[in-house]
Ligand binder design. Structure first.
Ligand SMILES: [Mg+2]
Length: 229
């Protein structure tokens, strides 16, 4: 049997639930607000606003309702509590299984967007760094400019762990950005469907639909075994 392709994963909503990260951050915000302003009970409201599609604006909405006339610095401090908290998150069970299973026979990679400090705190909390031969934090490459689908992170991954004659697979959740560049570079692209994912409203970018779709990473060995080498 030919060696399997080299597998590179996305992080948020592929290996763990980003909504869980958000709720973990909202709890940190609640503790901060209680301590600093004596206001309480904001986790449910923040979660509802998130589920309605708010992102950054939800911090302003919640803070303005509890602490009227908040200075800009106060809002920034509130958001920093969220960004810099120590996350309480866990791998999806099928992701834990996949990292163990595929880590045994060849290198794995990780490409993740977002601020470096936030994403590396997630990797640390999930205790997954040792599974990866190479990790690209696109936020560390020079900010959002190099977020997916910018090709730089994929090029760096190829240079770092590429092996002649072996294809790459990118496993992600978001057709708005994850698969555009893999499709252009001859990678195999695989979308895993996570029902609670945060970017559920994202639509596929032109050329960004995944070649294959799964509902669990436990389906990945069968998928790869059925592909031409
Ligand atoms: Mg993702």
């Amino acid at each position: 049997m030919p060696p399997r392709p080299i597998i590179v994963f996305d992080l948020d909503d592929t290996l763990y639930s980003e909504r869980d990260f958000a709720i973990s951050g909202f709890k940190a915000c609640e503790r901060w607000l209680e301590e600093k302003h004596g206001a309480s009970g904001i986790v449910d409201e923040m979660t509802r606003l998130l589920d309605e599609g708010h992102m950054r604006s939800l911090f302003e909405i919640v803070l303005a309702a509890r602490v009227p006339l908040s200075a800009k610095e106060e809002i920034e401090a509130f958001i920093d509590v969220y960004r810099l908290h120590e996350p309480e998150i866990a791998l999806y069970p099928d992701a834990a299984w996949a990292l163990d299973h595929f880590g045994r026979d060849g290198p794995l990679g990780l490409i993740t967007d977002g601020q470096h400090v936030v994403q590396s705190a997630k990797v640390k909390a999930l205790e997954i760094e040792h599974h990866f031969e190479h990790i690209v934090y696109t936020g560390a490459l020079g900010g959002r400019t190099f977020s997916k689908p910018h090709p730089l992170s994929y090029e760096q991954m190829e240079a770092a762990i590429g092996v002649p004659g072996r294809r790459f697979v990118y496993v992600g959740d978001n057709p708005a950005k994850d698969f555009v560049t893999p499709n252009q570079r001859g990678w195999i692209s695989v979308q895993v469907h996570r029902p609670m994912r945060i970017h559920s409203r994202a639509v596929a970018a032109p050329g960004g639909a995944a070649q294959h779709e799964l509902h669990s990473l436990e389906e990945l060995p069968g998928l790869l075994a059925g592909l031409a080498p």
